[in-house]
Design a binder for this molecule. Structure first.
Ligand SMILES: C[S@@+](CC[C@H](N)C(=O)[O-])C[C@H]1O[C@@H](n2cnc3c(N)ncnc32)[C@H](O)[C@@H]1O
Length: 625
């Protein structure tokens, strides 16, 4: 489970173990190549050499249309399997970076300054043999699109101009600090151009995790947090910079070990930097498969946290990072489930999901930032064209099942704008969508969902905010960040792959399971409260399916209905007991859930028929087009 902190002294900068505490047999660290010594003069050779140890797992290939590169799997991976792990080259958790006092008043975020400073120290003092070559490699090869693409310049021209000015200030200040302390290294001080390129590379490729809450986020900075001056744990590496973004990713990136503060020590630039760098702990970025990945598949991750965002918000965030997303969900052919709505025809109620709605990727301009609460109404009335986004507001969306025109793109856009910054309202709107899924989708395969749940468990069960919310009697469940985590998890569960609708699952049961998973470790279990939070029945609900069971009889029927639910419940009960959550175990046992689940599992194992409860069984034919 991500969350263990290994002894920091046991890591060395080249990724090799320096003492016996290094848990090389950890399942998380299945692949830890050491950095080769590289030749600065041949950048292409450098990348090839660097990538060579990873060849059994992944390779870099050109994108067929875009002209940039993608990371491709060299073998099959099952969900939950580590695809590869790579040690950080620049890392704000390194003691050198942590001991650096950022230059105040610059537009360059403190954590980015820390990475740049670490780079400078390596360039000037070359404390480890690989550092110069590794940095040459960074400069020569990694993408700079986050700042340098035409879209980045269009969207963030002002910021870029400020960056250019501030890099110069940064360089001057650091150089002065070095000179003042009289420390002279044997390497050369990086030029302003070099540092600017490094900043472009950081802006495009950095991975970050929230220092306070721990679980890893994916790459990219969070603008709100930066605005508040919050620092994140930022890591830059090479292979880790190659996976592309997808709004329906097949892999997940996590940090191992997670951030922990460097011990206080007297520190001066120069000699002690060299000592610190030699003893650096190494954060590894772990890429874990979320879906089955076949050899030859492009590996993708989600660059943004809370990826269950409305399409235009997602698109705007990514434009801020210098590109228009052309993942299968944004550009087609997969339907964009994140803007799915339920057909207004009461006889139909199918899901309608627009497909690839952007008219022209080249001229795309992202929508403006969210309106102030006070001006909200005014902003809502704006003509869509003024939004800048290039979608045709008059385009008609036709329901695939009943053939009726159910909305225009303009209406969808307006609804999204209204909901984008109101998660509660969004959840209310999502609820009937979930309801439709849950009624119509036969539960034949929840394997992927279970795998995902275990990934989530690894990531989120120790979430300190969640624990705080659950232990604070005044907090109320509604403030729990698990609201967002569960919500995000649900999206992953629903949209797990292109065939999700055919393969997966009884959503309320999974909502329940995810909710219970979250509280299984907490001292005060409130599984039902959480579960019902996420499954408030819609006004039009007829009570059949779609709702978390209210009575013991309904629970029994639910469990009988689905073998995977049985397995999951049994597993959860075991977890609850193992973790000393006796209240939860008792709760389940009082209702006979564990016995019932055990019976179901036994019945499935022996091939015996299980009585399906008619409440939850719905004919598959309802799905047919
Ligand atoms: C972290 S780098 C990924 C590696 C990069 N493709 C390369 O060739 O080095 C991020 C850049 O890749 C491209 N990219 C990644 N995901 C994309 C997507 N879904 N759609 C379009 N471009 C994408 C963008 O240019 C983005 O700035």
């Amino acid at each position: 489970m991500v969350g263990r902190v290994l002894p920091r002294s046991s890591f060395s900068l080249d990724g090799s173990a320096s003492d016996s505490d290094y848990e090389l047999d950890s399942p998380l660290l299945t692949w830890v190549p050491s950095l080769p010594v590289l030749d600065d003069n041949e950048p292409e050779m450098i990348l090839d050499d660097y990538l060579a140890p990873y060849a059994p797992l992944v390779r870099v290939a050109p994108h067929p249309d875009r002209g940039d590169r993608v990371l491709v799997a060299a073998k099959d991976f099952s969900p939950g399997e580590v695809v590869f792990s790579e040690p950080a080259l620049l890392d704000t958790a390194h003691a050198v970076a942590q001991h650096f006092g950022p230059v105040p008043g610059l537009s360059i975020a403190p954590d980015y300054q820390r990475l740049m400073y670490e780079f400078v120290v390596h360039a000037v003092y070359q404390p480890v043999p690989t550092s110069a070559a590794a940095h040459a490699l960074l400069l020569a090869e990694l993408s700079t699109d986050g700042m340098a693409s035409a879209l980045a310049e269009r969207v963030n021209g002002e910021r870029n101009a400020q960056y250019r000015a501030d890099v110069k200030v940064f360089r001057d200040k650091i150089k002065k600090r070095f000179a003042k302390r009289g420390n002279k290294g044997t390497g050369s001080f990086p030029t302003t151009e070099t540092l600017l390129k490094l900043l472009c590379i950081i802006e495009t490729n950095v991975h970050s995790e929230d220092i306070k809450t721990g679980p890893a986020a994916t790459s990219g900075d969070d603008d709100d947090e930066e605005a508040e001056g919050e620092e994140e744990h930022c890591v830059l590496s090479v292979v880790a910079s190659m996976p592309e973004h997808s709004c329906k990713p097949n892999a997940l990136v996590t940090f191992f070990p997670p951030f922990s503060p460097a011990p206080d020590s007297a520190h001066t630039v120069g000699v002690s930097d060299i000592e610190l760098a030699k003893a650096e702990p190494v954060t590894h970025l772990l890429f874990t498969a979320l879906q089955p990945i076949a050899a030859g598949d492009v590996i993708s991750i989600a660059y943004q946290e809370n990826s269950f965002l409305p399409t235009r918000v997602r698109r705007g965030n990514l434009a801020n990072r210098g590109f228009v997303c052309n993942c299968r969900m944004c550009a087609g052919p997969d339907p964009d489930f994140a803007r799915a709505f339920v057909c207004a025809n009461p006889m139909c109620r199918a899901l309608v999901s627009p497909v690839g709605t952007l008219r022209d990727q080249e001229s795309y301009v992202p929508p403006p930032p969210p309106p102030d609460a006070e001006n909200e109404d005014e902003e809502m009335d704006n003509d869509d064209d003024e939004n800048g986004d290039d979608e045709d507001p008059d385009a008609q969306l036709v329901c695939g099942r009943c053939g009726e025109v159910v909305a225009t793109m303009g209406e969808v856009i307006a609804a999204e704008a209204r909901l984008a910054h109101d998660p509660e309202a969004m959840l209310a709107v999502l609820s009937p969508v979930l309801d439709v899924f849950s009624r119509n989708v036969p539960a034949t395969d929840t394997f992927s969902a279970r795998t995902l749940a275990s990934v989530l468990l690894g990531d989120c069960l120790d979430h300190p905010d969640l624990t705080a919310a659950l232990t604070d009697p005044d907090s109320g469940v509604h403030v729990s960040p698990s609201h967002f985590l569960v919500y995000d998890a649900l999206k992953q569960l629903l949209f797990f792959d292109a065939d999700a609708i055919d393969r997966v699952m009884h959503v309320p049961a999974l909502m329940y399971l995810v909710a219970v998973n979250y509280v299984a470790l907490a001292p005060s279990p409130r599984p039902l409260a959480l579960a019902s939070l996420h499954a408030a029945p819609s006004d039009e609900s007829d009570g059949e399916g779609g709702d978390v069971p209210a009575t013991d009889a309904e629970w029994t029927r639910l469990i009988a209905w689905n073998g995977d639910v049985q397995h999951n419940l049994l597993w959860l009960m075991k977890q609850a007991r193992a973790r000393g959550n006796l209240e939860l175990a008792q709760w389940a046992s009082d209702r006979g859930l564990d016995t019932c689940a055990a019976m179901g599992v036994a019945a499935s194992a022996s091939g015996a028929a299980i009585e399906f409860g008619d409440v939850f069984a719905r004919p598959r034919s309802l799905l047919a087009g």
